[in-house]
Unconditional design. Structure first.
Length: 307
């Protein structure tokens, strides 16, 4: 509706609506989370956590509202209609931009349970939203350099313990655990530095996936594998707000998770580690070929926005 505005004005309007929406819902979220903080009992969590998730779901729905109001983006989406809201899911996706998170939330909201992300420890200090992530039990992971891990192997245990505690909470109410297997956003410089064997992806890391599977794998109904493609190039967040993302192409598929991946010891069993890494590598090869095929297609015509 506001697509006629110049890009800068569209960006200002979109940012203003995002800020107002975030402040409103976060105020409710933080007020309710204080009850959980004061009464940290399982019976309280079973009542409070669904309410907190509902607040977050409403925040996402309102974000979708301002996106529809200010954007002219064409959406080419397949696979979301087969998803089911009930249950627990492990969600995996390629990663190119902060916009990926808004795309995932926009498409998956109310189709599967609320997405819970593994976040860098520093993000807890993001104004307002950092506290919201804390209230929703998003796990904050510490990043350690390879040199630090080699010198202090015990540091690995920190993330294992963080994942274990988070997954114990996730197991109480249906949750979708989100994992960006690349561990960071794709850039040509990172791709070159890695010597990645994939054309459009960085090398996937199986460690976080293994931690989540080991902690609560028996809960997961399936893996929801998402591939996001921006035919016009990966947008910056400000560029997205300004409506400079002409098209978003998304493919979603549900894949079974082998029971053995939920019980193996990734750190201590080399054979199991090799099997999990091989499974993820095959998944990544298929995703890379899919991205190549989607980019080779002619631009989609104007498509209806996803519900």
């Amino acid at each position: 509706m506001l697509g006629f505005l110049p890009p800068f004005l569209r960006g200002v309007v979109a940012l203003l609506l995002l800020v107002i929406n975030t402040l409103f819902w976060c105020a409710l979220l933080l007020a309710l989370s204080l009850v959980k903080l004061v009464l940290p009992f399982k019976v309280v969590r079973l009542r409070i956590d669904p309410a907190l998730n509902t607040i977050a779901t409403c925040w996402i729905a309102c974000n979708s509202g301002w996106m529809r109001l200010t954007q002219r983006t064409r959406w080419d989406v397949q696979g979301v209609d087969e998803l089911r809201y009930q249950g627990w899911y492990l969600v995996n996706c390629n990663h190119q931009s902060w916009v990926d998170i808004f795309v995932l939330q926009h498409l998956l909201n109310r189709r599967i349970p609320l997405l819970k992300f593994f976040l860098k420890q520093q993000l807890i200090w993001v104004p307002v939203i950092g506290l919201a992530w804390w209230a929703l039990d998003f796990p904050f992971m510490r990043r350690h350099s390879a040199a630090a891990l080699h010198k202090h192997p015990e540091l690995r245990q920190q993330d294992r313990e963080t994942t274990r505690r988070a997954c114990e909470k996730f197991a109480l109410v249906p949750t979708s655990v989100m994992n960006f297997a690349e561990g960071t956003r794709f850039t040509p410089a990172k791709h070159q530095a890695q010597g990645s064997p994939y054309r459009h992806l960085l090398k996937p890391k199986a460690g976080a996936l293994a931690l989540a599977l080991n902690a609560m794998g028996e809960k997961f109904h399936s893996l929801v594998d998402v591939t996001i493609v921006y035919p016009g190039g990966a947008p910056s967040f400000w560029g997205f707000l300004c409506g400079r993302t002409p098209q978003v192409t998304v493919r979603v598929q549900r894949l079974p998770i082998a029971p053995e991946f939920c019980t193996g010891d990734y750190d201590q069993d080399p054979a199991f580690r090799a099997r999990l890494q091989d499974w993820l590598a095959r998944l990544w090869s298929d995703k890379d070929r899919q991205i190549e095929a989607l980019l080779a297609r002619p631009a989609a015509g104007a498509a209806g926005r996803p519900v």
